[in-house]
Design a protein around this ligand. Sequence first.
Ligand code: HSE
Length: 437
Amino acid sequence: MAFKIGLLGLGTVGAGTAEILLSPENRHPLLQELEIYRVGVRDISRSRSLQLPQNVLTTDLESIVTDPEIDIVVELIGGLEPARSLILKAIANGKHVVTANKAVIARYGSEIFDAANEKGIYVMLEAAVGGGIPVIQTLKQSLGQNRIQTVTGIVNGTTNYILTRMQTEGADFAEVLADAQKLGFAEADPTADVDGLDAADKIAILASLAFGGRIKLEDVYCEGIGQVSAADIDYADKLGFVIKLLAIARDNTSDGDRTGGESEQLSIRVHPTLVPKTHPLANVNGVYNAILVEGEPIGQLMLYGRGAGAGPTASAVVSDIMNIAAILKTETIPIPHPLLSCTHQHYCKIAPIEELVTRFYARFLTRDTPGVIGMLGTCFGDRKVSLESVVQTGIHGELAEIVVVTHDVREGNFQQAIDEIRQMESIDKVASILRVL
Ligand code: HSE
């Protein structure tokens, strides 16, 4: 029996997927039962190195999702539309769907999974987060027996590449970004990556799986890396940290009273973070991704690998196709597989960022006059912000540079103190504020 695949998109990941499907030798035998039946592209006349079967190419993507012969639609065109509509149409036509589209799943997951459940269809998304890292399957199938406490990820390769180069070269953000774009490591429009939006989509998906509920994307707090300066990276280094863009989802109820908001459950956030050099995520560099899962009774588990690129992402896509094919091959009664289908409908409660309890790093430029450090200390103390360290390292012209690291503090209290500090006459500038893991 051959399972017929309709591929939407033949870009980097689409071509990588076709390449695996066209060369099944020395891979799992199930691959020999997968047939590329139709491939939807924008331009048929474009020259391609792939040896695709004759007449599979079409520019009519709708004809693929409605084709009665096709069993599995693989959506690799990216973007919101027409991807969302094509996925929904494929489901309505009884096709199982594999997608790498984190943006669509993070925004329209409820609509898509409700439609899929109603039709008894699988929608699989291993390639949407972490490229070749099998984190979706791990959360869905391997860790469900655990109570997950946190999922902490470096899930965006572009920003990790930029931060790693800033770290090793002492260069500033804009300079490294421009070079990364020239070298093809960053998109021409890098907004989704550098502003943390791509990572926000991904942590929303991971949190949904880890904590068994739907996540509204607007509840995910998100800051990008644009504000991280070479000076911050240098101070962080001296204090024993590296700066990483972390995507963090945490069950606040799992360790008692870390947050003030008892009725809220999760906190989900993306922001540049000072990570202790001894932490397992501190040495994840360049374009690599890693996801650290902490749960009970598993303890710590870290998955590490390539988060993008044709081969790794295609590997994830084909694993989903194989999972669906395996079910179609063995199931006589089409009951949704409880570990592969979406089984939750409720939305998780997300704590507002003000309730977060974390450590902070802050850098101030101040007048070099007596009592400035004292005033900072008093202002923080009045807001119950306890300081772990205060360092005055340099003079910039007339101004002194002061760096503080706090103990764990409620974010709302810290921000109130910062608002007051901004008003102080002796403070020239709050140059940066970063959270510390
Ligand atoms: N733009 C993503 C990244 C790759 O830089 O990690 C695909 O998710």
